[in-house]
Design a binder for this molecule. Structure first.
Ligand code: ATP
Length: 293
């Protein structure tokens, strides 16, 4: 088995002539939280569904815990949990009944743990699915994904329907808890501040390709916004690793990747008569720079 619990190599998924995934390379280390980001239609759900063997690749390879997902033995599948917004639940069953039914597929289903989570999230076991709000249905889906204490949890936009308090409670406590057990979590979300709070690694997909994949810490320390202001006309120079650049005679602003202290020194030396500001960015600003490229 490789160092990665999930790894894709040149993964392609085509729908007719359209490549939803276009040679996607993804590497997920065991025991960490991996946040998958991308604009609408970037390929996040397609990727997660392939990890779950709900879709077959057109080309390329995918490895999940040492197996090609469609060939993974049932026993091994029990080590994975999955929740997505599009999950269909039988509407007339009670929450408790759905959880018991779901649990019957897993040797390791932990009823006490499940009950604790339902209590913690304020989800009544006696309510019927059709009576649940979207957020409460999502909470149910999430409990179904973790009740068997899986090694790998795949969550597709898990907190979209949760109110801010439930989202904070759910995301932080679940991630903390699962993290303590050494579970790997892959989650896609458009809630970038949530992802910034909980992710160890970040992958940004655009048009089916991985634009950048690294630890959140490295991503934040290697992406910088630079502003150069001068009363004199600024020299026209070319920049490496540009994500965004705007320049006029007296003002240059840009966002750059692969930044380091050496580049900071060089740029200050290059413009001795200008004011050079070098700023850190948050995950949302970094994402906008990569995805809006
Ligand atoms: P969102 O953030 O909106 O959920 P996403 O990143 O999850 O988007 P996907 O759902 O993976 O994006 O879709 C990737 C691309 O594949 C899109 O261009 C989408 O239109 C296309 N696609 C997905 N499923 C199908 C399908 N069954 N038939 C044809 N095209 C599809």
């Amino acid at each position: 088995m490789s160092d990665f619990i999930v790894q894709t190599k040149n993964l392609i998924k085509s729908y007719g002539k359209h490549n939803a995934l276009d040679s996607l390379n993804m590497n997920v280390k065991e025991g960490f939280v991996y946040g998958l980001l991308g604009k609408n239609g970037a390929g996040k759900t397609t990727t997660l569904r392939m990890i779950m063997s709900l879709l077959k690749p057109t080309n390329g390879s995918i490895d999940v815990m040492g197996y090609e997902p469609t060939k993974m033995p049932i026993k091994q599948r029990q080590n994975i949990g999955y929740a997505s917004d599009s999950m269909q639940l039988i509407p007339w069953l009670k929450v408790g009944e759905i959880l018991n039914y779901n649990g019957s597929f897993y040797d390791t289903w932990d009823k006490e743990y499940v009950k604790q989570w339902a209590d913690r999230l304020g989800l009544s076991l006696d309510k019927r699915v059709f009576q649940l709000s979207r957020g409460n249905r999502q909470k149910l889906g999430l409990i179904m994904a973790i009740g068997h204490r899986p090694k790998l949890v795949v969550l597709d936009e898990p907190a979209g329907g949760l109110d801010p308090i439930a989202r904070k409670e759910f995301l932080e406590s679940i991630i903390e808890l699962i993290h303590e057990l050494g579970t790997t979590i892959i989650l896609s979300s458009h809630a970038l501040s949530d992802l910034e709070r909980i992710s160890d690694y970040i992958g940004i997909i655009d048009q089916g390709k991985m634009q950048v994949e690294m630890s959140l810490e490295d991503l934040k320390s290697s992406t910088r916004q630079i502003k150069i202001v001068s009363k004199n006309k600024l020299e026209n120079i070319s920049f490496e690793d540009t994500l965004k650049l705007n320049s006029t005679e007296h003002l240059i602003t840009g966002i750059f990747k692969n930044w380091d202290d050496d580049k900071s020194k060089k740029i200050i030396q290059k413009f001795p008569n200008a004011t050079v500001e070098i700023q850190n960015l948050n995950l949302e600003e970094i994402f906008l720079a990569y995805a809006g490229k």
